[in-house]
Design a protein around this ligand. Structure first.
Ligand code: IMP
Ligand code: MG
Length: 189
């Protein structure tokens, strides 16, 4: 296995390797296929974080798929949730009477996904299910259980494979933890 340092000098540890992500995505694709059969799925991806996960997961699903994205404001100060998320860019696809699969990178406090699920429910979908790559169960402030979960992870701030810290590290191929001194850089950094 490649060392964290060789993947990116800012990483302290690799929590989930690139190959573990690939293996789990194949299984998730099979779970989703089993749930939906041959039905068409309207996938809604919460951007930017879920971009890489969505792109790779969709290629594991051979159902007919319609894809839309939704943008929710970042309400984070460094690594902590500090308020209520707001919708910034809404859907363009019709979701009424459709089977909606909402995809996010990580389920943390639960505020973001609860907000978006609430919005979609008002649009009268045939069904709504949720899929997250990562789940930090111990951090929930709003009770929420996702239908499909890639990995349960401990309460650590992670980056890579779509997840960022101040918009950086999204393009790392694995999920890792930043070195502690980089997690809370001074305000001017
Ligand atoms: P929640 O609303 O607290 O559940 O958080 C969901 C959003 O917070 C995710 O879509 C991420 O953008 C962000 N987030 C939560 N935990 C992490 C993390 O460990 N690393 C990077 N982003 C995170
Ligand atoms: Mg996000």
């Amino acid at each position: 296995m490649r060392s964290a340092e060789s993947i990116h000098p800012d990483l302290e540890t690799v929590l989930i390797t690139e190959s573990a992500i690939k293996r789990r995505l194949k299984q998730l694709g099979a779970e989703i296929k089993q749930t939906y059969g041959d039905e068409e799925i309207t996938v809604i991806s919460i951007i930017n974080g879920a971009i890489l996960f969505t792109a790779d997961l969709l290629r594991q699903i051979d159902n007919p798929v319609r894809l839309d994205c939704i943008r929710v404001s970042s309400y984070r100060n460094k690594t902590q949730s500090i308020g209520t998320p707001q919708l910034i860019h809404s859907l363009t696809l019709e979701t009424a009477h459709r089977h909606v699969l909402l995809i996010d990178d990580i389920l943390d406090t639960g505020k973001t996904i609860s907000l978006v699920v609430g919005l979609i429910k008002k649009l009268n979908p045939a069904s709504i299910k949720t899929c997250v790559l990562l789940d930090k169960q111990g951090r929930r402030e709003v009770p929420f259980t996702a239908d499909f979960v890639g990995f349960q992870i401990p309460d650590k701030f992670v980056v890579g494979y779509g997840l960022d810290f101040a918009e950086r590290y999204r393009n790392l191929p694995c999920i890792g933890v930043l070195k502690p001194h980089l997690q809370n850089p001074p305000e001017w950094a």
